[in-house]
Design a protein around this ligand. Structure first.
Ligand SMILES: Cc1ncc(COP(=O)(O)O)c(C=O)c1O
Length: 455
């Protein structure tokens, strides 16, 4: 693969030029650019780990190479503005919710599958969630997605909301109907916010048509480090035209972000965008062919791709269908030298990269087809979950004095924290919600032994 894309990354060029001049570094970070710091373990990174210097710009007041890098990213991703985050998708989610928190409307309609970073941001910003629960996918135990109809009903019932917030794709790769949700939001005049943490690479598949930005979302967080060659903590906040200005979004990020963002992370975002423009589409098309071929190899075992619209390059296998638990399958694979992203009681989730080649896929396929298949078990349905009622907002609950109790003793009390075991992969309880006796039992079934409740 050609590395010509490296010359197209303005922030990388600025920092590289600074490092190549070998200045005596009398500024943070404390390794002073020494590649032999920490026994040389960090290798080449310290040379490029700099701070806000003349020529290297400043993330939240960007007007130099960071701004140039972000503008190139916006052009590449089809956004009005793209902002870099060295604080993961979490910082982007905080910024998205901050942006919609300035009006008088405090309610946000959210799909229940929200990541805990969204629940914490709601609490910090004193926003009130109106939850919409997902509809199960037929023939699958996966959590499912919210429908545009259900979101429309929630908007009509609550009579006004600051935004609608959904996650797509979810951890298992299931895609929500973002175009349908965007149409509902347009009719109600509210912005659609998408936690697309797991879907940055959708920019490179099908001409980017499946990315939430192309489907009408106002704001999208792309946790680039999950599926692109980006250092951990690197994410893009994508802003569609007509909703929020670049300046407002920078201020929203600065509210929660560190004033010392990691330059190596920012450089990797710059380089990944440059790489993606030249190599992203063919690399992910090739990955999709490999993933399809792998599913083809697994079909005779009774391990089909999951149902419903899905991320074509995520590998989610319902190993419960061949009589294995997720933990058993993960352990089996580990013994074959394959380390996976996640398992729940009956699924395993694998995140292949475009950097994996044919030999990697051959080895992965060999490991998967060697599963010790037990009796075939029909697909299970997603569990029916209790919808706890809210007694107070997440913010009030997080500010209240609390105590930690064995979950059996939490019955009748108000949760002071959220709890999202996998399965079921969505929050069973959120801060401020009442824990019924039956919910306390369900939490125990899902392996939750203790819970913080309000005193
Ligand atoms: C759906 C979802 N949203 C947001 C996040 C937070 O992403 P980050 O770790 O980049 O802050 C995660 C992390 O796993 C996630 O799974």
């Amino acid at each position: 693969m050609s590395s010509a894309f490296i010359s197209d990354a303005p922030l990388y060029a600025a920092v590289r030029a600074y490092a190549d001049a070998h200045p005596l570094r009398l500024h943070t970070p404390g390794h002073a650019g020494h590649t032999d710091a920490l026994g040389g373990v960090l290798g080449a990174l310290p040379a490029l780990d700099v701070t806000e210097l003349p020529g290297t710009d400043s993330l939240f007041e960007a007007d130099g190479p960071i701004r140039a890098a972000e503008e190139k990213a916006a052009g590449a991703f089809g956004a009005a503005h793209t902002l870099f985050s060295a604080g993961g998708a979490t910082l982007c989610i905080q910024a998205m919710l901050r942006l919609v928190s300035r009006g008088k409307e405090r309610r946000v309609v959210l799909a229940r599958g929200a990541h805990r970073s969204a629940i914490h941001a709601l609490a910090l910003l004193d926003l009130e969630p109106v939850w919409v629960w997902p509809e199960p996918l037929p023939g699958s135990a996966l959590p499912g997605v919210v429908s545009p109809r259900a979101v429309e009903r929630a908007l009509d019932i609550c009579g006004g909301a600051a935004a609608v917030y959904v996650t797509s794709p979810d951890y298992y790769g299931t895609l929500a109907d973002i175009a349908g949700l965007a149409a509902v939001c347009r009719e109600h005049g509210v912005p659609l916010l998408v936690d697309g943490a797991h879907g940055t690479h959708l920019h490179y598949l099908d001409g980017g048509a499946r990315h939430p930005l192309a489907q009408g979302a106002a704001l999208v967080c792309d946790s680039a480090h999950k599926t692109l060659p980006v250092l951990t903590g690197g994410a893009y906040l994508q802003i569609a035209g007509g909703w929020f200005s670049r300046g407002e979004a920078k201020d929203a990020m600065a509210l929660f972000g560190s004033s010392s963002p990691s330059y190596p992370i920012l450089l990797s975002l710059d380089l990944a965008r440059a790489w993606g423009e030249q190599h992203g589409a063919p690399a992910f098309a090739a990955l999709r062919v490999r993933v399809d071929a792998l599913y083809g190899r697994l079909a005779p075992l009774g391990l089909p791709p999951p149902p419903g619209p899905r991320d074509p390059v995520r590998i989610t296998l319902d190993v419960g269908r061949i009589g294995l638990s997720g933990a058993e399958a993960a352990m089996w694979l580990r013994a074959q030298g394959v380390s996976i992203e996640m398992h729940d009681d009956r699924h395993i989730v694998l995140l292949p990269s475009p950097l994996h080649g044919d030999a990697d896929f051959a080895a992965l396929g060999d490991a998967l087809v060697s599963f010790p298949v037990k009796d075939a078990v029909p697909a299970a349905a997603a569990p029916a979950l209790e919808h706890p009622s809210a007694v107070m907002t997440p913010g009030s609950a997080l500010r209240a004095p609390c105590e930690r109790l064995p979950v059996e003793q939490a019955a009748g009390r108000v949760a002071a924290e959220g709890c999202s075991p996998c399965p079921p992969g969505i929050p069973l309880v959120c801060p401020g919600e009442r824990v019924s006796a039956s919910l306390a039992k369900t939490l125990k079934t899902y392996g939750v032994n203790h819970l913080h409740v309000i005193k």
